[in-house]
Design a protein. Structure first.
Ligand code: EPZ
Length: 419
């Protein structure tokens, strides 16, 4: 086990190169199951979640090769039951259901457990598979889907928290080889869904409308191998923007798509920060004053729930009263209690955090819980008085490629030590 020691008070300046998107690479790796031919993916980030997905693909019978950021997968002959011991470690494993169902007509995957950010149901995924003609059963912790022939259908994919990202991915991947046309209404509009649709189309699928709430998929006979470069990670990028806001003089993010970050830049501009941008870079600079915010996390193109914890770390030392609500995962506030250990003044009521800014946080030992809450604690430590010790760093390594090294290259002073 390792922990991260953040020595507060350093000023960040310089450039940081953003990695490929974890939340795009995971479903795209699953999509390689849809063809017997080799697929080559570029800019795959080096993360433990990616390692888990590659292990699952290997255990299903795929040939998996990785050389730095390039991954080659060949799913020539595969089994359709994912091993519990790996699947239980990562909810996103659920996105192998769709491609296995699409290609083999069956799949058995252990049900994703809940996690600290809240309940993680898959009822919308299963509703989609049933609409395509699959029989769904849940038995002793496993979900099993079975279909003789998958047929096109019109599917409404909206739950009480809006659409579902991996649910949209799963239904898309099950529908690409189905007979006939499938319409997904109330689809998730995230850029990672668009990236998956672009990859599937390179494999020979016929998908239109990805990125809108209505996706149309015309089933085809088979898919072939393809090459694809994963899009930049907009959440890693947003996390570094907040690092620049908390402790930066001038922080520039390179190799990104600024259009994917509009919902993060806008509140930071409202909070008083200045930006310069180009086709593939974004720079954040301090403004003359900082303002509190009313923030509502919601499905894309709204403010992302995966950036909510990081913004709380910034608002904790923003003078005035900020209000943060997460409409996607209403209980995703594990970071609040840890930030309060550092002196933050945060009151929770009914899924809303009321943050009264304090002049400075104090470094303290804190516990990482989920991936983004852990990143938020590192960010809070950047400007805290003294040393912040973030335990259970494995949470961060799930979704951030060498975040301590990248922050140190910007001027932070962060040590990674054995716990
Ligand atoms: C994806 O998870 C992301 N993970 C999450 O990022 C992200 O927070 C989430 O989308 C929302 O943007 C990956 O892409 C690997 P959802 P996903 O299905 O697809 C409810 C991170 O930090 N729901 O869009 O699992 C659900 O409970 C991770 O990188 C149902 O009710 O999320 C939630 O309230 C964390 N029934 C809401 O919908 C379902 O069948 C959105 O969930 C499915 C979901």
């Amino acid at each position: 086990m390792e922990k991260i020691l953040v020595h507060g008070g350093k000023t960040l300046e310089g450039k940081v190169r953003i990695s490929g998107s974890k939340n795009s690479a995971l479903p795209i790796l699953a999509a390689t199951l849809l063809t017997k031919e080799p697929c080559v993916l570029q800019r795959v980030p080096d993360l433990s979640d990616i390692h888990y997905m590659l292990t699952i693909l290997g255990r299903l019978g795929c040939e998996v090769e990785r050389a730095s950021g390039v991954v080659r997968v060949t799913a020539e002959s595969i089994t359709t039951t994912a091993p519990y011991d790996i699947v239980r470690k990562m909810r996103a494993s659920v996105c192998i259901l769709g491609p296995l169902l699409g290609r083999e007509g069956e799949a058995t995957v252990s049900l994703p457990g809940g996690c600290v950010i809240g309940d993680r149901p898959i009822d919308l995924h299963l509703r989609g598979f049933e609409a395509l003609g699959a029989a769904v059963s849940v038995k002793s912790g496993n979900v099993r889907v079975l279909a003789q022939d998958l047929h096109g259908a019109e599917i409404f994919l909206r739950g009480k928290f809006g659409s579902t990202v991996l649910g949209t991915d799963n239904v898309m991947m099950a529908a690409v080889l189905a007979k006939g046309t499938t319409i997904i209404d109330s689809a998730a509009e995230e850029p990672e869904v668009v990236d998956l649709a672009n990859f599937l189309n390179k494999m020979g699928a016929k998908i239109e409308g990805a990125g809108t709430r209505r996706i149309i998929i015309e089933g085809v006979k088979e898919l072939h191998g393809a090459e694809h470069e994963i899009i930049p990670d907009r959440i890693e990028a947003g996390t570094f923007l907040v690092a620049g806001a908390i402790a930066g003089k001038s922080v520039t993010l390179t190799r990104i798509n600024p259009r994917h970050l509009e919902a993060v830049v806008h509140p930071l501009q409202e909070a008083g920060f200045l930006f310069e941008s180009g086709d593939d870079f974004l720079r954040i600079l301090p403004g003359n004053s900082r303002k509190p915010l009313h923030l509502e996390a919601m499905p894309y193109p709204g403010f992302p729930t995966d950036m909510q914890a990081q913004m709380c770390a910034l608002l904790a030392t923003t003078d005035g009263i900020s209000v943060v609500t997460d409409h996607v995962f209403p209980h995703r506030f594990m970071h609040a209690s840890e930030l309060k250990r550092m002196g933050a003044n945060i009151e929770m009521n009914e899924g809303t955090a009321v943050v009264q800014g304090v002049p400075k946080l104090e470094g303290a030992p804190v516990m990482a819980s989920d991936l983004r809450a852990s990143a938020a604690l590192v960010l809070a430590g950047l400007s805290a008085e003294g040393i912040t010790e973030v335990n259970r760093v494995y949470h961060i390594d799930r979704g951030y490629e060498r975040i301590d090294e990248k922050l140190n290259d910007l001027g932070a002073e962060i040590e990674r030590v054995k716990a």
